[in-house]
Design a protein around this ligand. Structure first.
Ligand SMILES: *[C@@H]1O[C@H](CO)[C@@H](O)[C@H](O)[C@H]1NC(C)=O
Ligand SMILES: *[C@@H]1O[C@H](CO)[C@@H](O)[C@H](O)[C@H]1NC(C)=O
Length: 98
């Protein structure tokens, strides 16, 4: 279900790329936090995607992608791009792309 944004609340969107193996955990964490977007493995062994949601949730997700990642925490680094405020979400859930 599309999670409605509270009136007046700022929503954020960000693209990310994690240099580490965290794909399955990313989807689980995104669902737990309630952000929307997608995740996918790249052919160069990184994990990339987009995350959108209320500002504090996106911020929590970004911090997880940067510092926590997976139980064994094999993150070398994470970069973010296209960070912007949005007025509506482009996704209705969080999914894995192939
Ligand atoms: C992350 O950085 C790499 C270069 O190191 C760049 O090619 C890639 O587009 C960046 N990804 C994002 C989502 O910013
Ligand atoms: C992505 O890579 C991980 C291992 O790094 C693997 O467990 C997972 O199944 C892969 N997912 C996709 C969609 O290819």
């Amino acid at each position: 279900a599309r999670c409605p944004l509270p009136a007046g609340a700022a929503a954020m969107s960000a693209s990310y790329e994690v240099f580490g193996r965290v794909q399955g955990y990313t989807e689980a964490e995104a669902r737990k936090l309630g952000v929307v977007g997608w995740v996918k493995n790249t052919s160069k062994g990184t994990v990339t995607g987009q995350v959108q949601g209320p500002e504090e949730k996106v911020s929590a997700m970004k911090s997880w992608l940067t510092k926590v990642g997976s139980p064994s925490s094999r993150i070398d680094r994470t970069n973010f791009s296209n960070e912007k405020e949005i007025s509506k979400l482009d996704f209705s859930g969080f999914s894995t792309r192939y």
